[in-house]
Write a protein that binds this ligand. Structure first.
Ligand SMILES: [Zn+2]
Ligand SMILES: [Zn+2]
Length: 498
């Protein structure tokens, strides 16, 4: 009897549940005026875990501090062995075995499929019916997958969001790798469901640092390493200016010998073995990473990292993105805009690039080169300017040269819809940055760099106020080493009084 009751009860519950779902599906169009915003995240935004969803869950992408320090401890003896014997090959094999262990769970086979099938993203945030102003739902994915596979998941996410919210269109905030995913989505699924796309430090043109890794260009330059670490000295407060002055004076003394040793005495001698033993199979077989290889070096990278026969299936996958999306990105954006999609491209600069490879002097946002996130700006190298008397390359009747004479936006594919934020780390957004993006999203129609006086083409991310402000000649010197000793002592006095 109890059993029959239980069955009856569950049938009633199931029936009423399906009714409520049915009611939701038929919900009326929403006219709240707040378009649902979906945040298309970037590479490694969501952690990968092995044994996902069980009690034996653990981090699968070996970048946890503990795993790395343990590995370094195990490498101390082999390093002494290397110094004593000079046997570089032996050390290279030992190092590769350690790195293979560290990354095995996240690695893929020759066809680009996961080696460990229990690995998945740690958190998945489903589409939501809620779409309050200035909020977004977060689209997370397994970033090892091929960009087109992720784009298919994004399509499902968008369709479900439309159904749940009662809106026929959504807005996309796409950051970093999410920019590549969004381009593949637009190409494969069209423009009907999207009202606005904001590209935030997008990787749609690749990243020089990853390209260097994939063509075997592992050169290290002491000056670039020094600049990269110096990226963290931000702002113009008296103490920061003092630290910067100290750093610029003394850092080279430490970096020069260490980096030169790594570059000439170590990396160049173990490189070949390490590539064959681990770099090619660990990173080259992950389809998603191929989205970061730039257009110009793609063929060279494929030849260097992969085998035409062994990796045939993987090559077929990554070719599709490179030939049909990355190589045609201008056409895709033009077509999207012609079909009513509002587009904005935001690019950051003022940071030194990752110090790997011959392009490490590029102007960057700390991870991606500014010339790539902006689709073609002419940029001075980090710490340099375009030179006295520089004349904008393409004269379209507007000024497109930044007040600090570092960026010429006239060579961008879309100069009128490309904004630049100085002193913003890749995706470490400030409050002012979010405000700007939501202004773009909630203002109807296609905005340009001429629409808002407070948001011109070139802006500064103010380190003290977290606000964006128009960049001027006056506020653009953010690398001052002119120490104000009176202000510095006042700061010191104030801190000792406390
Ligand atoms: Zn609504
Ligand atoms: Zn113009």
């Amino acid at each position: 009897m109890k059993k029959i009751l239980a069955v009856l009860l569950s049938v009633i519950i199931a029936f009423s549940l399906s009714l409520s779902i049915f009611a939701q599906a038929e919900s009326d169009e929403c006219h709240c005026g707040n378009i649902p915003v979906i945040f298309v995240t970037g590479f490694a935004y969501t952690e990968l875990v092995a044994n996902a969803g069980t009690e034996e869950e653990y981090g699968a992408f070996g970048v946890e501090t503990e795993a790395i320090t343990d590995m370094i401890k195990r490498l101390i003896l082999p390093l002494f062995g290397l110094i004593l014997t000079g046997n570089y090959d032996k050390f290279a094999h030992t190092l590769s075995a350690e790195v293979n262990d560290l990354f095995y769970d996240a690695s893929c086979d020759v066809n680009g499929n996961p080696n460990n099938p229990t690995v998945d993203i740690e958190i998945y945030e489903p589409p939501s019916p809620y779409h309050f102003r200035n909020t977004r739902t977060v689209f997370r994915y397994d970033w090892r997958k091929d960009v087109f596979d992720i784009a298919a998941e994004l399509n499902d996410y968008i369709e479900e969001t439309k159904r749940l919210t009662g809106h026929s269109k959504v807005a996309l905030r796409a950051e970093s790798m999410g920019g590549a995913v969004t381009m593949a989505y637009l190409y494969a699924y069209g423009y009907d469901s999207v009202e606005t796309v904001v590209m935030q430090s997008s990787a749609f043109e690749g990243i020089e640092m990853m390209t260097s890794l994939f063509v075997g260009d592992l050169t290290l330059d002491p000056k670039s390493v020094m600049n990269y670490v110096g990226n963290f000295l931000e702002g113009n407060t008296a103490d920061m200016v003092f630290y910067r002055a100290l750093y610029n004076t003394f850092a080279a003394l430490a970096f020069n010998p260490i980096v030169k040793f790594l570059d000439t005495a170590l990396i160049s001698k173990i490189k070949d073995v390490v590539y064959e033993d681990c770099i090619k199979s660990l990173f080259g077989y992950i389809p998603g990473i191929w989205a970061f290889v730039s257009e110009d070096s793609y063929e060279e990278a494929k030849e260097f990292m992969l085998d035409e026969e062994v990796n045939a299936e993987l090559i077929k996958k990554i070719d599709k993105y490179h030939y049909e999306v990355m190589n045609c990105k201008e056409e895709i954006i033009e077509d999207a805009m012609a079909n009513g999609v509002n587009f904005a491209i935001i690019s950051n600069y003022g940071k030194a690039a990752v110090p790997l490879g011959s392009q490490s002097t590029n102007m960057s946002d700390f991870l991606i080169d500014t010339k790539h996130t902006s689709m073609g700006a002419t940029c001075a190298d980090y710490g340099q300017t375009l030179g006295e008397g520089y004349v904008q390359k393409i004269n379209d009747g507007h000024n497109h040269v930044s007040p600090d004479n570092v960026i010429d936006a006239s060579t961008c594919a879309f100069p009128e819809i490309t904004w630049f934020v100085k002193d913003m780390m890749h995706t470490w957004y400030s409050d002012g940055y979010h405000e700007f993006v939501y202004t773009l999203i909630y203002t109807p129609g296609q905005e340009t760099i001429h629409t808002f006086p407070q948001y011109p083409q070139f802006m500064l991310n103010n380190q003290e106020t977290e606000a964006l402000e128009p960049l001027t000649k006056e506020n653009s010197d953010t690398q001052s080493t002119d120490v104000d000793f009176v202000a510095l002592f006042e700061l010191l006095a104030a801190s000792t009084e406390k």
